[in-house]
Design a protein. Structure first.
Length: 196
């Protein structure tokens, strides 16, 4: 990477770090060009050069944190000793990530990011393909080996992640769920839905 590319990457990182701090303190309404330039020290011209728009900043920030979450899920999945342990690992990784990174998780589970991902699902999947492929391959291999129910991979994904995402959203918005209790009880319940 050339020095110019390194500077550009550092500038983009400054903007994204500032954007998350602003989002944490002021919500999406606080994410303005003025707030980001003031917080990051990056000019508005640089912001537009790297991200195109404020919406581009939000999407890049969400993409950054989605990548980190997916990395943790893939690690939990691929390092598990068997399908049952993998379910436990995925539940713990997801909810642990939410607990450890609540501000980024609020953004990832926000209506804005949800709507954009739904509208651009193929682009999102393409950008995360390197992270998503191992998940599908792992599921297909476990189904073929009889370690998981004979269901399509997208259905297994939904059965495992659906309850976890619902608990995460509830904790992030209402804070009426004990994440430790959820991590203790959800894996067994989810396993019942995907076991062979």
């Amino acid at each position: 990477m050339s020095p110019k590319q390194k500077r550009g990457q550092a500038t983009a990182e400054q903007v994204l770090d500032a954007a998350l701090r602003i989002y944490a303190s002021s919500g999406e309404a606080g994410l303005t060009v003025e707030a980001i330039t003031r917080t990051s020290g990056v000019s508005s011209g640089s912001l537009y050069h790297h991200f195109g728009s404020m919406h581009g900043v939000v999407l890049a920030l969400a993409g950054r944190w989605l990548g980190r979450l997916l990395d943790e899920l893939v690690t939990a999945l691929t390092q598990a000793a068997g399908a049952r342990a993998a379910v436990d690992g995925v539940v713990h990784a997801y909810l642990g990530f939410v607990r450890d990174h609540p501000d980024a998780s609020r953004l990832l589970h926000s209506a804005t990011v949800d709507q954009d991902q739904m509208a651009n699902i193929e682009t999102v999947r393409d950008s995360q393909e390197a992270r998503l492929s191992p998940v599908a391959e792992w599921i297909d291999a476990r189904v073929a080996a009889g370690e998981l129910a004979a269901l399509p991979a997208p259905l297994i994904e939904a059965l495992v992640l659906g309850p976890v995402v619902a608990v995460a959203r509830r904790w992030l918005t209402l804070a009426d769920v004990d994440l430790d209790a959820a991590m203790a009880s959800l894996p067994d319940r989810i396993w019942q839905s995907v076991r062979p």
